[in-house]
Design a protein around this ligand. Structure first.
Ligand code: UDP
Ligand code: MN
Length: 354
């Protein structure tokens, strides 16, 4: 479905680009012909043949330049962009830190593909209070200049705030049931995202970003994060050894990870990828949670434990640094963090969850 639409859009932009160019070339060609003829007739005001040819070269050259885009600093093979942090996993997925990417180049690439990004967020029960700040800051920092659809899942559709949206951005409210336990609200996100990926998202967007609502954007979060499958380093564990990761350690759970395994500890509050990959991930996590429930066990960190199990055996194609998931109140602002992009909003856990 999406591919068909893509094809049409590509043809359309091709026409838009080539038509004026063709007209210009034709006009210029006529001008050249006329000039050359008048020169042959020895017309006193005739343009010199050399001038015409160099003008033609200049014109074609400037057209070519326009297509290859803006100039940016050359990547230097012997000059790493960051030497203070790991920028590549052992399976060759980039780890996204400020200073490692050129946003103009990336924006151009994703705009050429007319990329649409879906941002899923759950605001169930009292968590609707977080929506306003979440959406307002997303308007300022999230995928600016690209097509965005916010998918807000809630049991209180009347409480979804009216936030003015930029061009090419829209919001869809989807009603979901609530659960008494906050753990169940959190875990059932996997089931809902899996269901909607198959039923709806794959017809409407190219990529999905799945986010917690008790957060705000405070700096740029753009297409540099997009890839087939991405996870985000948990800000509390990016310096830790794998033995201290809070993975599920009981072999009875489907989320079990042995002590001698594990790459990173990923945060459940920010992950995503192509619709197909997010569908696979959320479906697998949901099924694992159903199985756990049948066996009378619940993973220590709920959906996050299952996400970590999945990403250990299905390696992400990009990993987001803790710039994309931070808690300043808890962790301050260390110097390796050049930007704090998506940060926790302080909350009273007891009050908001009950
Ligand atoms: N959530 C919700 N209503 C609830 C509990 C959770 O909407 O009653 C959603 C909300 O999007 C929230 C996410 O589930 O951000 C995860 O829960 P929470 O943020 O409380 O977990 P934490 O980040 O504290 O581990
Ligand atoms: Mn949260």
């Amino acid at each position: 479905m999406k591919d068909l639409r893509f094809g049409r859009l590509k043809c359309y932009s091709l026409h838009l680009g080539i038509l004026p160019l063709t007209v210009l070339v034709l006009v210029f060609f006529c001008f050249v012909c006329l000039s050359l003829r008048s020169q042959e007739w020895g017309h006193p005001g005739a343009v010199n043949r050399k001038t015409v040819i160099s003008l033609l070269w200049f014109f074609l050259g400037s057209q070519d330049h326009e297509q290859t885009g803006k100039a940016y600093p050359q990547p230097r093979v012997l000059t790493p962009t960051r030497t203070d942090v790991l920028v590549l996993t052992p399976w060759l997925a980039p780890i996204i830190w400020e200073g490692t990417f050129d946003i103009d180049t990336l924006n151009e690439q994703f705009r050429l593909r007319n990329t649409t990004i879906g941002l899923t967020v759950f605001a169930v029960k009292k968590y609707v209070v977080f929506l306003k700040l979440f959406l307002e800051t997303a308007e300022q920092h999230f995928m600016v200049g690209h097509k965005v659809i916010y998918y807000v899942f809630t049991d209180r559709p009347a409480d979804v705030p009216q936030v003015p949206l930029g061009a090419g951005r829209r919001l869809v409210v989807l009603t979901v049931r609530n659960y008494t336990r906050w753990q169940d609200v959190s875990m059932h996100r996997m089931e809902v995202i899996s269901h909607f990926s198959e039923q709806r998202f794959r017809h409407e967007v190219d990529y999905l970003v799945c986010a917690d609502v008790d957060m705000k954007f405070r700096d740029h979060v753009g297409v540099e994060i997009l890839s087939a499958l991405f996870g985000t380093l948990h800000p509390g564990f990016y310096r830790s050894r794998r033995e201290s990761f809070t993975y599920e350690r009981r072999p009875q759970s489907q989320a079990y990870i042995p002590w001698d395994q594990g790459d990173f500890y990923y945060m459940g509050a920010f992950f995503g990828g192509s619709v197909v990959e997010v569908h696979h991930l959320t479906k697998a996590c949901h099924q694992a949670m159903v199985e756990d429930q049948a066996n009378g066990i619940e993973a220590v960190w709920h959906d996050e434990s299952h996400l970590n199990k999945y990403l250990l055996y299905h390696k992400p194609t990009k990993v987001l640094s803790p710039e994309y998931m931070w808690d300043q109140q808890l962790l301050g602002w260390p110097s390796i963090m050049k930007k704090l992009r998506y940060v926790a909003v302080p909350k009273n856990h007891q009050a908001i969850r009950n």
